[in-house]
Design a protein around this ligand. Structure first.
Ligand SMILES: [Zn+2]
Length: 381
């Protein structure tokens, strides 16, 4: 009898323990934050101390964005500035026991060293124009690598590796892992002054020589000759697959260094495929997918956070993905008096934890740190 009781007691206590662990992972609070080489010790201290006080578990720190800083040799590909930023931040993340993830832009790469050396790796639209030669959406930083180029994938793996090998770093986070917007999120059309009732050739990428060659070998068709490219399932699938392959390969490199791989993706699987040709339910090797459910940019109601979260969770289940989904919320769309309501939309949709964009927006909104601390305490109960 004694023999039976002991294992039973062990079983119950291990169940309780594993439930406890599950709960804390399920309610993990992440936040995105921008990092600069020029930040003072006081600034680093301020953000990490406040984040720790508020109960934030993980910070995703931007170290390579649309305007990457350059330290040392400007022709070098090694991203010394990103490495510097991450190492500086680690001093504070370790002091405050916050997990640190290095956030880099992925297909959207603006570094001049790369643009000058390999212009042919960049995407081309259905009018035959390289994104290096036009200012898409009037944005200087809209310069996109083609996912069909094996050399571009190798380049990104090198950039990931030099970050992932930093001791103490928890993970590497892939942002802008997509094509440029074929259609902008609906709530942005007016402010950006675009009419996008359908996909127009100016915004339809990638028709570079490599993509055209590969697709022609595969199907006998030059994608330039396709009359309605958006309605052509095979051509859409080719582009979804090319990007999913790039994401999977780059994420594999992160994991090869024993680090957590994560990616910021568009709000729901179907919108992502349609707007930016990002089939993220089929990204392999990504441990945590963070759909940016910035609902007002899509003209959605607050409750749509729950629906979009659920669609993501279900898409991952259908594709057999083991990635954890954590809903990203835009602080500017989450009033400080109602933070828990929004956390609950994510939770009820099946999100494991939440991620806030961004700590700078929290900082800029009067009284948000205090309300966030209260909300996180309630959320984690
Ligand atoms: Zn291409």
């Amino acid at each position: 009898m004694k023999k039976l009781i002991i294992p039973f007691v062990l079983l119950i206590s291990s169940l309780i323990l594993s439930c406890g662990r599950q709960d804390s992972a399920d309610k993990k609070v992440w936040a995105w934050m921008s990092g600069k080489t020029t930040m003072s010790p006081d600034q680093w201290e301020h953000y990490f101390k406040n984040a720790s006080d508020a109960g934030i578990d993980a910070i995703i720190l931007e170290c390579h964005g649309g305007y990457p800083e350059v330290l040392g040799d400007s022709t070098s590909f090694r991203d010394s500035a990103a490495i510097f930023i991450v190492k500086r931040a680690l001093e504070y993340s370790q002091k405050y026991n916050i997990e640190l993830h290095a956030w880099m832009w992925t297909t959207n790469r603006t570094e001049m060293s790369l643009r000058n050396a390999h212009p042919d790796w960049y995407q081309v639209n259905a009018q035959g124009e390289s994104c290096l030669d036009i200012k898409l959406y009037n944005r200087e930083h809209y310069r996109w690598l083609c996912p069909s180029r094996p050399e571009a994938i190798e380049y990104l793996k090198d950039r990931v590796a030099e970050l992932a090998e930093i001791e103490g770093l928890a993970g590497v986070h892939l942002d802008f892992i997509r094509y440029p917007d074929a259609i902008l999120p609906y709530g942005l059309h007016e402010s950006r002054n675009v009419v996008q009732d359908r996909v127009y050739p100016l915004w339809d990428f990638c028709y570079c020589d490599e993509c055209r060659k590969q697709y022609k070998e595969l199907t006998g068709v030059d994608p330039m000759d396709i009359e309605d490219p958006t309605a052509d399932e095979q051509w859409m699938q080719y582009r979804w697959d090319a990007l999913a392959n790039m994401a999977s390969e780059v994420a594999k490199e992160i994991k090869a260094h024993g680090k957590v791989s994560s990616a910021a993706v568009f709000a729901s699987p179907e919108e992502s495929k349609k707007l930016v040709r990002q089939d993220w339910a089929n990204f392999k090797n990504v441990d945590v997918l963070l759909p940016m459910i910035y609902h007002k940019f899509y003209d959605w109601e607050d409750q749509d956070i729950e629906r979009a979260t659920r669609e993501g969770v279900e898409a991952l289940k259908s594709s057999g993905s083991k990635a954890r989904l954590t809903s990203g919320l835009f602080v500017g769309h989450v009033p400080k008096e109602r933070i828990n309501e929004f956390f609950n939309y994510a939770k009820n949709g099946g999100s494991k934890g939440v991620c806030l964009f961004s700590l700078e927006l929290v900082e800029r909104t009067e009284g948000y740190w205090e309300k966030l601390k209260e909300a996180i305490a309630v959320y984690k109960q």
